[in-house]
Design a protein around this ligand. Structure first.
Ligand code: TMP
Length: 249
């Protein structure tokens, strides 16, 4: 494969930096130490989070790819916090998969925390980054509405919605198996997908303790961004502990 070298910064998001590369088909995605919650209302820096998230995400993308899930992962990047990825047009949906009722699910329905679901429960929110309509930020969107709004969602028919849902549930099963072996209970997670120029839909973005709820099976301790969201103390511990278990396996 040709040598791919990063060039200019093209986007600095809440937690990740995206760089162009010497190839038009690839980007370099760098995980940063920035952390935020409540749509940016609460912010901080967690040292070495970027390296941990990138290493965990890269290991998971390679594991999922080897089990038949197409992903954007290509190879390591120019530093331990970055990877080279395929350039894709991002689909503006957050796809959430839950194994337990917690977080916004309980807030929305006023139900008790902790109920376990029999099968992975998948739901969608629409990433509505429209500064003229901030009140709409990331509303839930149902399966039938996604193709009706195809000019905004970039998903054209129910077949593609079903494919994204299938990939998400399958990623859920695979990740639960992966984490159980590490002594970790995967509670829920969020995925984002993109589309290659060929039209193929692939898994993009990151899969890290920023985007998953991960609980130590023995102690019940949170090992993810909930440590920051809920002021549980020592935020870096979750990232370091997950990285250690992923590397030691
Ligand atoms: P929620 O309970 O707040 O909806 O979150 C469900 C899961 O999705 C949890 O693991 C955190 C993750 N998530 C993100 O990574 N980014 C987001 O913007 C949201 C809303 C959730």
């Amino acid at each position: 494969m040709e040598q791919i070298t990063r060039t200019t910064l093209i986007h600095a998001g809440k937690a990740n930096n995206v760089y162009a590369t010497t190839s038009p088909d690839y980007l370099e995605l760098e995980s940063s130490d920035r952390i935020s919650a409540g749509n940016g209302a609460k912010k901080d820096i967690v040292s070495n989070k970027g390296i941990a998230n990138n290493q965990i995400s890269s290991a998971l993308f390679q594991y999922l790819e080897s089990h038949g899930i197409p992903t954007h992962y290509v190879c390591e990047g120019s530093n331990p916090a970055s990877k080279i990825v395929k350039k894709a047009t991002m689909i503006p949906l957050e796809v959430i998969c839950r194994f337990y009722a917690v977080g916004s699910f309980c807030k929305r329905y006023g139900c008790e925390k902790g109920k376990k679901f029999d099968t992975p429960f998948v739901e969608f929110t629409f990433k509505h980054d429209n500064p003229d309509a901030p009140a709409l930020s990331d509303p839930p969107i149902d399966r039938k509405t996604i193709p009706l709004l195809s000019e905004l969602t970039l998903v054209s028919d129910e077949r593609e919605v079903a494919l994204i849902e299938y990939y998400t549930a399958r990623v859920g099963e695979l990740m639960r198996e992966f984490y159980i072996k590490l002594g970790v209970n995967l509670i829920d997670f969020k995925l984002e997908f993109g589309r290659l120029p060929s039209g193929e839909i692939i898994l993009c973005d990151e899969i890290s303790p920023d985007t998953c709820r991960l609980i130590d099976l023995k102690t019940g301790e949170s090992l993810d961004k909930d440590r920051f969201r809920e002021d549980l103390g020592d935020v870096s511990k979750g990232y370091e502990e997950i990285l250690k278990r992923v590397c030691d396996q």
